[in-house]
Design a protein around this ligand. Structure first.
Ligand SMILES: NC(=O)c1ccc[n+]([C@@H]2O[C@H](COP(=O)([O-])OP(=O)(O)OC[C@H]3O[C@@H](n4cnc5c(N)ncnc54)[C@H](OP(=O)(O)O)[C@@H]3O)[C@@H](O)[C@H]2O)c1
Length: 338
């Protein structure tokens, strides 16, 4: 599949290294805001064509599909331009800046008969597929808890009055969009839409405008017979795993972003807290040679099999996640629409 890459930042570099493991993948074009960066990136990865206009890339007959690795608020317009020209689109997480944009993107994909998929790696790995396989054996699910805290230099910059794109409200930045999504997208894939959302965000005013932006969040969700909680931060680290708790067994993922160790803990007799709990079984699946490979493999599998979308990173899931992220950010006092 002949890909055009939009954006020459570090994420485009990372994903390309993963994509090359799939022999069906070829990068034929790169689009940057400057010719200089496009050429530099093209030389680095042996890419023949360069563009400085998304419209021209989208119109290029030698391109079958486009990967978008640019700031959140640019995703929708770029994806729609490419899809209107009949290109399949793999777009970075978060899918869009808000749910309204997400719905417009999904509608555009369906109308043009092209594949549109969110590049959310966490749900496409071998380990997460094993979680999906094992879910029915957990009995009734009572709980989901997930944590993703990653101390970021950009948080220090924000505190010092320097605004990085990933914290900029104009680009739909902030911790919820940047890393909170990793704790929520898998929850939606597994359990669907919650019946309630109760969000507590920590924010700082951004330089110049003083508009609040979130750097940490704790969110509680309700489902019928089940409660869920997630915690994420760009201001601290955490080593807590993610856990799914059922009446028959629990599953434990060492990390939700990229899960490398998976455990299964079947139900046991109550220990009343005095005896040690039985050791969970290791059920880790073979890891992909690169974590970014799985999103390209899934995307190309969908296109080549003639399916309209991924069963896991589906359009409905991406839209539902954006609706939840909107609600969390609204409760945190952030601006959703610009
Ligand atoms: N999957 C993951 O693990 C992962 C990790 C990090 C980020 N991400 C996602 O990837 C996306 C980009 O994140 P990032 O941290 O790499 O962002 P970034 O460094 O700010 O931007 C990435 C690239 O987008 C282009 N760009 C920057 N500002 C732009 C604008 N105003 N309009 C159009 N293009 C612009 C630039 O390329 P040119 O200079 O060539 O135009 C830039 O190098 C975000 O949606 C983020 O959530 C995903």
């Amino acid at each position: 599949m002949r890909f055009g890459i939009i954006g020459t930042g570090r994420i485009s570099e990372w994903v390309l290294k993963g994509a090359f493991y799939d022999p069906r993948f070829t990068a034929v074009a790169v689009c940057s805001r400057t010719e200089e960066k496009a050429k530099l990136f093209a030389n680095q990865f042996g890419i023949p064509l360069t563009f400085t206009s998304v419209e021209e890339l989208a119109a290029c007959p030698n391109v079958d599909a486009v990967y978008i690795g640019t700031p959140n608020s640019t995703h929708a317009q770029m994806a729609i331009t490419c899809m209107e020209h009949g290109k399949h689109v793999l777009v970075e997480k978060p899918f869009a800046a808000n749910a309204r944009e997400a719905r417009e993107m999904a509608e555009c994909a369906r109308r043009n008969g092209v594949v549109l998929m969110e590049a959310m790696i966490s749900t496409l790995s071998n380990n997460f597929r094993e979680v999906l396989n094992r879910l029915p054996s957990l009995g009734e699910i009572r709980g989901w808890s997930s944590t993703f805290c990653q101390y970021s230099k950009k948080f220090e910059l924000l505190r010092d009055g320097v605004l990085a794109t990933s914290f900029n409200p104009v680009f739909a930045g902030g911790a919820t969009m940047d890393i909170g999504i990793y704790t929520i997208y898998p929850m939606v894939v597994l359990f669907g839409m919650p019946t309630s959302v109760d969000a507590h965000l920590l924010t700082l005013p951004v330089p110049e405008t003083g508009e609040p932006i979130d750097y940490q969040g704790t969110v509680m969700f309700e489902y019928p017979g089940m409660s869920a909680s997630v915690h994420y931060s760009k201001a601290i680290d955490s080593f807590l795993p993610t856990e799914i708790r059922g009446t028959e067994a629990n599953i434990i993922l060492d990390r939700i972003h990229i899960c490398r160790k998976l455990k299964f803990a079947p139900y046991h007799e109550p220990t009343s807290g005095r005896l040690p709990l039985p050791k969970p079984q290791k059920i880790t699946k073979p890891l992909e040679p690169d974590p970014y490979l799985s999103e390209f493999t899934e995307f190309m599998d969908v296109v080549y099999s003639g399916r309209s979308e991924s069963d896991i990173n589906s359009l409905d899931n991406s839209v539902a996640v954006m609706e939840i992220l909107d609600e969390i950010r609204r409760q945190g006092g952030l601006t959703i629409e610009r």
